[in-house]
Design a protein around this ligand. Structure first.
Ligand SMILES: NC(=O)c1ccc[n+]([C@@H]2O[C@H](COP(=O)([O-])OP(=O)(O)OC[C@H]3O[C@@H](n4cnc5c(N)ncnc54)[C@H](O)[C@@H]3O)[C@@H](O)[C@H]2O)c1
Length: 258
């Protein structure tokens, strides 16, 4: 018999940026653990998001797709209202939507800075705020923010990204303090390099450069697959994690162990 402490049966989850990559893997993984999962992404990715919905339905769980651009506060509120109206509640929010801009710090423009900070930090905050307002009325909930191993260590050409992900890690602690009294836990996951469409699009390394980079930084010796993050999300969403809050759960193939 599976361990009941990790069972998400009866829970309703919303995953931002779940049209592809880590968001898709987490959405499908939460469904495999028993949750009803609302898929969401920005308007231009809704066809892909519906593919995630179909994968969730294929494992026998209910799902629906919502147009949620984390840069548009109204769409955050409308989507969360939609989830509550369609499924009756919201128990788990996974704030996964994020962008990367790779550029030397001396060349970063105001637009670059705003895009990364507004999506990765401001967007995560306002999703958490909107979800918490629902969760407080229900007597509790789980918020899981996707940060990065780059919350803890730095890497060249990613100044805004590093700032945003460190911001998410400490914002997670700040929200955990304020919302513990409402039965809401707030945690973050810090993935290391994970093979996703977004990572591969941004990748400029040759195979040789990649292998040298992995040898220097990644004890695991390879990039991770999105599915390798599912267990961390299921745990943080589950009854087992009732006393885990304000935590950054790093799943990085050993990157930050060096
Ligand atoms: N892939 C990695 O190596 C890695 C490592 C650490 C952290 N992360 C984080 O994991 C998360 C997912 O990354 P990924 O690699 O799967 O990226 P990805 O680009 O493959 O997927 C990101 C998803 O977020 C969506 N998104 C972007 N901006 C959005 C917005 N304004 N509103 C709503 N959705 C939006 C995209 O449409 C896309 O579906 C990000 O927060 C990223 O920073 C990724």
């Amino acid at each position: 018999m599976p361990y009941a402490g990790l069972d998400l049966e009866g829970k309703v989850a919303l995953v931002t940026g779940s049209a592809r990559g880590i968001g898709r893997a987490l959405a499908v993984g939460l469904a495999q653990a028993g949750a009803t999962v609302a898929v969401s992404d920005m308007p231009s990715r809704l066809d892909l998001a519906r593919e995630t919905q179909a994968q969730i339905e294929a494992v026998g769980r209910s799902s629906a797709t919502y147009s949620l651009d984390v840069l548009d506060l109204k769409s955050i509120g409308d989507s969360i209202d939609g989830v509550v109206s369609d499924f009756g509640r919201l128990d788990i929010l996974v704030s996964n939507a994020g962008v990367r801009v790779r550029r030397p710090a001396l060349e970063v423009t105001e637009d670059d800075w705003d895009e990364v900070i507004d999506t990765n930090l401001k967007g995560v905050f306002f999703c958490a705020q909107a979800a918490a307002k629902i969760m407080i009325g229900q007597g509790g909930g789980r918020i899981i923010n996707i940060s990065s191993q780059l919350a803890l260590v730095a890497r060249e050409n990613r100044v805004a990204y590093c700032a945003s992900k460190a911001g998410v890690a400490n914002m997670t602690r700040a929200l955990a303090l304020e919302w513990a009294r409402y039965g809401i836990t707030v945690n973050a996951i810090g993935p290391g390099p994970t093979e996703t469409p977004g990572l591969l699009d941004a990748d400029t390394q040759t195979e040789d450069e990649l292998q040298r980079d992995l040898a220097a930084h990644m004890p695991l010796g390879r990039r991770m697959q999105p599915e390798e993050l599912v267990g961390a999300a299921v745990y943080l969403a589950s009854p087992s994690a009732s006393a885990t809050t304000g935590h950054l759960l790093v799943v990085d193939g050993g990157w930050t162990a060096i």
